[in-house]
Design a protein around this ligand. Structure first.
Ligand code: ZN
Length: 93
């Protein structure tokens, strides 16, 4: 259920949770119980970071704080990086 903003004349604005079909134009203030009118504002959109921005941040972090590995990955010794039998037919250097 979305939140709707109401403004009390003495306490200020507050948010209430109503179903979209049941949202009233006035609501009781939770602090002083005065009738408060609904206030209309812009949509509460959240701007998320783009994939490029996240990649740049990760790259900067690894440049200054590289991950330290204590041991090689466990499957390195078996030379089997894939289980697909068609990969055995690929040319090797
Ligand atoms: Zn109030």
């Amino acid at each position: 259920m979305p939140y709707y903003q109401f403004t009390c004349r003495s306490c200020g604005s507050f948010d209430c949770n109503y179903a979209m079909a049941d949202v009233p134009l006035e609501s009781a203030c939770p602090h002083c119980a005065n009738t408060s009118a609904r206030s209309f504002g812009g949509a509460g959109l959240v701007k998320t970071r783009s994939a490029a921005t996240r990649l740049i941040d990760q790259t900067k972090r690894t440049a200054s704080e590289p991950a330290v590995v204590g041991a090689p990955p466990s499957n390195t010794g078996s030379r089997a990086f894939t289980r697909n039998p068609l990969h055995r037919k690929l040319p090797r250097p």
